[in-house]
Design a protein around this ligand. Structure first.
Ligand SMILES: *[C@@H]1O[C@H](CO)[C@@H](O)[C@H](O)[C@H]1NC(C)=O
Ligand SMILES: *[C@@H]1O[C@H](CO)[C@@H](O)[C@H](O)[C@H]1NC(C)=O
Ligand SMILES: *[C@@H]1O[C@H](CO)[C@@H](O)[C@H](O)[C@H]1NC(C)=O
Ligand SMILES: *[C@@H]1O[C@H](CO)[C@@H](O)[C@H](O)[C@H]1NC(C)=O
Ligand SMILES: *[C@@H]1O[C@H](CO)[C@@H](O)[C@H](O)[C@H]1NC(C)=O
Ligand SMILES: *[C@@H]1O[C@H](CO)[C@@H](O)[C@H](O)[C@H]1NC(C)=O
Ligand SMILES: *[C@@H]1O[C@H](CO)[C@@H](O)[C@H](O)[C@H]1NC(C)=O
Ligand SMILES: *[C@@H]1O[C@H](CO)[C@@H](O)[C@H](O)[C@H]1NC(C)=O
Length: 283
């Protein structure tokens, strides 16, 4: 599986450049991790590491009952913030297993960095000594994974997919402060049924959630237009769509959208299965 790592300069108007390398995926349900070298480092034998351990240890018992976990710790006058979020449809047990696994794995993968993020199929974990990690995408990391096949009619596929996703973004972002999660399916003539899932960390405002998911939609349109199957993970939101049902529970039913006039699509990079973008905000 090819993975592309990119450096993405995120302006208000999204200007990107990217560079390429490859990594392998270690475990089936582990997607990727990012150790932030810019925020700051600690040493393995420091009080910081010890307190990071105890902060993360308390994470699984600090859930909101809806798969969202927060735990803070202190080192001197510094605060350690940690957050975990399970995919909204995942059973409580699987959720807790995923959080447990991530809190021991991520500090091993990032043995010196104060800021880190790890994405799994069923949960994500992030921690930092900066509040930036909580509500914005300042951790500067996102992962995208796309299928290698294209829709036979990409314009029609896009039309159905974006209709579904826009509806889900509306539902998820207005989901309240316990849970911002929505799933749904859409079927239209000539296009197989599309299933999609969107989620934000529930501490985001409605606006912040919508903004984050719209970045994901933008990346799909810009780089993966018409790809059959896609996953995008950002520090505060995620989006996934497939042509099979990959989530549990009932879904929204979306009526068939009208076919819009095609505008010229940006072709996805050929033959790419997985893409990992690294971006930094320049203001
Ligand atoms: C986080 O850690 C870095 C490196 O030790 C430090 O420079 C920075 O001030 C810390 N941030 C906060 C908010 O304490
Ligand atoms: C943290 O350590 C990494 C290497 O482990 C280094 O590249 C980076 O510059 C360090 N960051 C700071 C802020 O010292
Ligand atoms: C942190 O926890 C890990 C395993 O959970 C352990 O191996 C390590 O020694 C701990 N470090 C400190 C400083 O307590
Ligand atoms: C989906 O639901 C089934 C039946 O309740 C359950 O066994 C399974 O663990 C669930 N999957 C996830 C990812 O939660
Ligand atoms: C997660 O870890 C906690 C604390 O170690 C433990 O009590 C709990 O049973 C674990 N949960 C699962 C599902 O493994
Ligand atoms: C998907 O579309 C792109 C651009 O239109 C093309 O380069 C690529 O080869 C296609 N991939 C497949 C598997 O058909
Ligand atoms: C689409 O969602 C509806 C509503 O939950 C459900 O009844 C239907 O079975 C779903 N379609 C498929 C193909 O799963
Ligand atoms: C994809 O669909 C959306 C909404 O239906 C539309 O705004 C957008 O222009 C479409 N993109 C292309 C490249 O056709």
């Amino acid at each position: 599986m090819l993975i592309v790592v990119g450096k993405l300069l995120l302006h208000i108007s999204f200007i990107f450049t990217y560079l390429i390398s490859s990594i392998t995926i270690a475990q089936p349900n582990f997607i990727s991790d990012y150790c932030d070298n810019d925020i700051g480092n600690y040493t393995i034998s420091s009080t910081y590491r010890k307190n990071l351990n105890s902060t993360l240890y308390l994470l699984p018992i600090n859930g909101n009952g809806n798969g969202f976990y927060r735990s803070n710790g202190n080192v001197g006058d510094e605060t350690i913030y940690s957050v975990a979020l399970c995919r909204g449809d995942v059973d409580q047990d699987l959720c807790e297993t995923c959080v447990n696994e991530s809190i021991s794995k991520l500090p091993q993968l990032c043995p010196n960095q104060k800021s880190a993020i790890g994405y799994y199929d069923y949960c994500m974990l992030k921690y930092s000594n900066s509040t930036d990690i909580l509500r914005n995408n300042q951790l500067d990391f996102l992962v995208t994974i796309f299928g290698s096949s294209n829709a036979s009619d990409p314009v029609r596929f896009n039309s159905s997919l974006t209709t579904l996703i826009n509806r889900l973004i509306g539902d998820a972002s207005s989901g309240g402060d316990l849970r911002k999660f929505a799933t749904g399916n859409i079927t239209s003539p000539d296009v197989t049924t599309i299933f999609a899932l969107v989620q934000c960390t529930p501490d985001l405002s409605k606006q912040q959630c919508g903004d984050c998911l719209n970045i994901a939609v933008h990346l799909y349109m810009r780089y993966h237009f018409g790809c059959v199957g896609g996953e995008l993970y950002l520090p505060t939101c995620s989006l996934r769509y497939e042509t099979y049902k990959f989530f549990n529970g009932s879904t929204l039913v979306i009526p068939t959208p009208p076919i819009l006039q095609p505008s010229l699509p940006n072709p996805p990079p050929p033959g790419i299965h997985s893409i990992l973008f690294l971006y930094s905000r320049s203001i």
